[in-house]
Design a protein around this ligand. Structure first.
Ligand code: NIG
Ligand code: FE
Length: 417
């Protein structure tokens, strides 16, 4: 069925004219159309000023269509949350309360809590438990405007458990309308049983996990947590070598807790993105700009574990390709609400509203290598868009802490809880 959406006060298209991302100062250019209309089925067929719609329909007659009014509201592309860990079991609310009493993220991890707490619970969960838990997050995310998600494994840290998590992600793909990309992150932490023999665990990742996951086609990306106390640049090199030989696209958790020059590792391997980057060096920034690696910033994590934010302004001013995502996970950032992430990006990373919108849509899609399919309101792309409760996109940032999404549309269908 073809739909004609009229009475759109402001249509933020983020149109890049077929280009797959916006870098640096181009992120400011959101290509807003005032008093717009849009024709779509599962994909976008026509976008323009409402005053030009009549002529379009004369030139391109459509036999049967449904007209919908946007009631003079603003429309933006659906959010692309390109970094999450929403397939897990258990809760860390007690550890969170402990942090509020003064313990640090690192202290909790050193006591055997943190990621290991979630690993214990996830190892004991069934595929269906993980699927149900993930589904709850994904549906909530859709209500806050997310129309595409990436989900990582990495809370089992053994062969069967990592496969189980990836199977749960596959089941989410099959049962939910939004686009889901899946990432293998066996190198999220060193499991307890390998604490004295990290190299052996890396061998297990390279010799058993990666080949089997490739064979079963359970993940597109491979991600590694290169940081102080976790994996080194050298470990990252080994895992990336094997992963890229097998044809995985690469992502990296880089320079989050400390600078270990992980950003340069991502650049050297032409990783699709390096994420976090709270402590990225000048050199790391330069190398990532040269390789065209996406800077995926996760301001919710800096907020939730009270760390200084990543240098978004510097990255944009130097011409980087910057995306923002939630990092939704039970330890370092427990939210699936992308509107909150946009708010943190503008207030605490000094981004403009327009840059934040570009970062959470087109550039997020590019960080999944899917910006040819969605991420902007452009003819031929999926009709993934949000009808806001306001006529002006600035209200999304101005009136903070509430849900501005009136309707989430995915592939031309309104999501109906
Ligand atoms: O992206 N940095 C590493 N991993 C997650 C946190 C995982 C956890 O605490 O459960 C992150 O922040
Ligand atoms: Fe993460």
């Amino acid at each position: 069925m073809i739909n004609i959406l009229t009475n759109i006060s402001s249509l933020v298209t983020i149109n890049a004219n077929g280009k797959l991302f916006k870098a640096g100062k181009d992120m400011q250019d959101i290509q807003e159309i005032k008093n717009a209309a849009m024709v779509f089925d599962t994909n976008i067929i026509w976008v323009g000023k409402e005053s030009e719609l009549e002529q379009y329909l004369i030139d391109n007659p459509i036999k049967e269509y449904k007209t919908i009014s946007a009631d003079n509201k603003c429309i933006i592309p659906g959010f692309v949350d390109s970094h999450t860990h929403i397939v897990f079991a258990g809760s860390r609310s007690n550890e969170f309360a402990k942090r509020l009493r003064g313990a640090t993220y690192k202290e909790i991890a050193d006591e055997g809590g943190g990621i290991q707490t979630t690993v214990k619970a996830t190892r004991n969960a069934s595929i269906d438990d993980l699927f149900q838990n993930g589904k709850t997050f994904a549906i909530s995310a859709i209500k806050y405007g997310t129309t595409a998600l990436e989900i990582k494994s990495g809370y089992s840290l053994n062969l069967d458990g990592e496969i189980k998590q990836l199977e749960a992600i596959k089941k989410l793909k099959e049962n939910l309308p939004l686009s889901i990309s899946s990432t293998f992150m066996g190198a999220h932490d060193i499991p307890i049983e390998f604490r004295d023999n990290k190299d052996k665990y890396i061998d297990l990742i390279c010799d058993e996990m990666l080949p089997l996951i490739k064979e079963k086609q359970l993940a597109e990306f491979c991600d590694v947590f290169v940081d102080e106390g976790y994996f080194t640049v050298n470990d990252g090199d080994k895992i990336f070598k094997k992963a890229s030989e097998l044809g995985f696209k690469l992502k990296l958790h880089a320079d989050e807790l400390a600078n270990t020059e992980a950003a340069s590792l991502a650049a050297r391997w032409d990783a699709v993105s390096a994420d976090h980057l709270l402590n990225v060096s000048e050199n790391g920034i330069q190398n990532m700009i040269k390789s065209g690696t996406v800077f995926t910033l996760l301001p919710g994590t800096a907020y939730f574990i009270r760390l200084p934010y990543a240098p978004a302004r510097k990255i944009i001013d130097k011409g980087g390709i910057l995306a923002i995502a939630s990092d939704c996970n039970p330890g370092s950032c427990y939210t699936e609400n992308m509107q909150l992430i946009l708010s943190l990006a503008v207030i605490n990373m000094n981004m403009t509203a327009e840059e934040a919108l570009t970062a959470a849509t087109l550039n997020g899609a590019y960080a999944l290598r899917k910006s040819d399919e969605f991420g902007s309101i452009e003819v031929g792309k999926k009709a993934n868009f949000l009808i806001l409760d306001s006529s002006n996109y600035a209200d999304l940032f101005y009136h903070f802490g509430i849900n501005h999404v009136k309707e989430t549309w995915i592939s031309g269908v309104q999501f109906d809880k």
